[in-house]
Design a protein around this ligand. Structure first.
Ligand SMILES: *Cc1c(COP(=O)(O)O)cnc(C)c1O
Length: 368
């Protein structure tokens, strides 16, 4: 009974391919920021960041300071932007040379106080403007206050100006996106005019890079594209999924018509059936939305649908009529059966499926 066990195989050659493809979509002088938040979208932050640093990424982005600290500990020396820094972590941010995104006037004041207390001069920060996503960001109405605060100190330097597109992947919202881009550009011109120096301008995420070729500015921020998904099949055709989730059959069982499988008797057999138990569950990131046949996995080349409720450490699939045995490898998703398809069939997106794969699943790096 040979079995490699449950694992997420991560193809670093595919990562390199995606990096080069995305770079080919932007001008040579535009900097490339690799977004590695949420454990590099589940792929393992330290190995992915090291590989991207070797490939020549100009910048990294994480969501939280703790993620940046993990990267510094792993030897990452490139600039690291913190997209959603929290006020209680600003000291660590300065200690580890992480560049915070400042998204409110209060946060700007708080950060400047920290920078001064640490005797900093020209500490690099980025200002985020809300231009329509209505998530975090300095509102245009607060711009003059923010500029006055920046001009009154030499403790910080505005290294970058950023905004985040609300609907870059949804071309039915193109007018909205174009207005966001225009608002961003006007804000940037105003800030740079008043503070008297140029900043990095960055607003494109992966879909911004692929769908809007006049908003690349001096830097782009790409996450999902690096991992092989472009939010559109026409772009996915040029990208390679980096992660493949595989497991093995732990046990094969047989039940008779009228018997049931899983918690709350959630699948009742309408005929005699064979099913396989797979060693993955919601504790690994295969959430309950994938149960009740909303997903299928590949068992020796045949699709086997999930049966009833997904448990914490395992789930069951129908293998009636499929030639298989205990220990056989099964594929949950891979490069030809992408995570996108599995996610969409269950009503979610590749991002959520990938970032949800828990630490308990070992990452196996291939083609380094
Ligand atoms: C996560 C994130 C990105 C990356 O988005 P992708 O769609 O994965 O390319 C870029 N910018 C911000 C502000 C983000 O939060």
């Amino acid at each position: 009974m040979e079995s490699k066990g449950t694992r997420l195989e991560v193809d670093l050659a595919a990562l390199a391919h995606n990096f080069q493809y995305l770079k080919s979509k932007i001008p040579a002088e535009t900097l490339f920021m690799s977004v590695v938040k949420a454990n590099a979208y589940g792929h393992g932050i330290t190995t992915i960041a090291r590989k991207l640093q070797d490939l020549g990424t100009d910048y990294f982005a994480v969501a939280y300071v703790e993620e940046g600290v993990e990267m510094r500990d792993a030897g990452i020396t490139k600039p690291i932007l913190v997209l959603h820094a929290q006020v209680h972590t600003l000291q660590q941010c300065i200690d580890r040379c992480l560049e915070p995104v400042i998204y409110s006037v209060e946060m700007l004041e708080a950060f400047i106080a920290f920078a001064k207390a640490n005797s900093q001069k020209s500490y690099p920060i980025h200002l985020e403007f809300n231009t329509g996503l209505n998530r975090i960001g300095i509102d245009p109405d607060d711009l003059d206050r923010a500029i006055a605060i920046v001009k009154a100190t030499d403790a910080i330097k505005v290294c970058g100006l950023q905004s985040h597109l609300a609907a870059s992947e949804d071309l039915s919202e193109k007018d909205f996106t174009l207005r966001q881009i225009e608002t961003f550009e006007n804000l940037c011109n105003k800030v740079e005019g008043q503070i008297g120096y140029q900043c990095l301008r960055h607003t494109d995420n992966t879909s911004g890079i692929l769908n809007y070729n006049h908003s690349h500015y001096s830097m782009v921020r790409s996450g999902i594209g690096l991992y092989g998904y472009g939010n559109d099949l026409k772009f996915d055709a040029h990208l390679k999924p980096v992660a493949s989730l595989k497991s093995n059959i732990s046990q094969i069982r047989h039940i008779k018509k009228g018997e049931s499988v899983s918690y709350n008797r959630s699948h009742k057999a309408s005929q005699d059936m064979d099913y396989a138990v797979i060693s993955l569950g919601h504790g690994d990131g295969i959430n309950r939305i994938y149960g009740y046949g909303k997903s299928s996995i590949l068992v020796n080349g045949k699709w086997a649908p999930t049966l009833g409720i997904i448990c914490m450490d395992m789930f069951m699939v129908d293998v009636t009529g499929i030639d298989c045995k205990t220990g056989d490898e099964v594929i949950i998703f891979d490069q030809t059966h992408p995570a996108r398809d599995m996610a969409e069939k269950a009503g979610t997106i590749s991002y959520e499926l990938l970032t949800g794969i828990q630490k308990r699943v070992p990452r196996i790096y291939l083609n380094s």
